[in-house]
Ligand binder design. Structure first.
Ligand code: ZN
Length: 213
């Protein structure tokens, strides 16, 4: 569902660019609003959320899909935790659909899906692991890396129930915006994948904007 933002770009309280292949790690306070902006279009932002008070509570694709009765995420979607608590709500979306089924790229999946020689290519899982290694103060470790959201990524479910990585439906300047329902740790990998169309075969930067309320 296409829903425009109510927030003013000029009144933003925080703004950071996330280079292609880089990560973004930040604690969002309850009530704050975060926007992920696809600057150049067709760029997947592979994202994990954790309860900042107890990182063992984290984003759950299963709970989110079951409660909303739909496999795609868009404005109105409530992102739920593995304890079925609302973590964030998508309040604006100019892309219209985001994936939470396809998972994140990893060196292992690149090897299985594409070729043995792809094993050394940079992947989202590496970026998440680097983020938690460089920031032990968040209290995250390897087993906290779980299923995720792929903002701006188009993974349609076929009639037979299969998944396909299709050409993106995002475009330059499209964004998704969420309000935090609890204090949440946000961990984004700006996907470096080059083997499928999720980044248009050309990873590009995204921007993160935060409003205090
Ligand atoms: Zn990736």
């Amino acid at each position: 569902m296409i829903t425009e933002s109510q927030y003013d770009d000029k009144a933003v309280d925080f703004r950071e660019m996330v280079a292609a292949g880089d990560y973004f790690l930040h604690t969002l306070k309850k009530g704050q609003v975060i926007r992920i902006l696809d600057l150049e279009g067709n760029q997947a932002a592979d994202t994990l959320f954790f309860n900042a008070e107890d990182p063992g509570e984290r984003y759950s694709a299963m709970d989110t899909i079951r409660e909303q009765g739909n496999v795609y995420l868009t404005a109105g979607s409530v992102l739920r935790s593995n304890e079925n608590n609302p973590m964030l709500e998508i309040i604006a979306d100019t892309c219209g659909r985001h994936d939470t089924l396809g998972g994140a790229c990893a060196t292992e999946s690149n090897t299985v899906r594409y070729a043995l020689e792809k094993r050394c290519m940079h992947a989202c899982r590496d970026s998440w692991m680097l983020a938690i290694a460089e920031h032990p103060e968040y209290g995250l470790d390897k087993r906290d890396i779980s299923h995720n959201i792929n903002f701006f990524m188009n993974v349609p479910v076929t009639e037979a129930g299969g998944l396909t990585f299709a050409d993106g439906i995002s475009a330059p300047g499209k964004y998704v915006e969420m309000r935090a329902c609890m204090d949440v740790i946000v961990l984004i990998s700006n996907c470096p994948q080059l083997n499928n169309p999720c980044n248009g075969y050309n990873p590009t930067p995204v921007a993160v904007l935060i409003w205090d309320q």
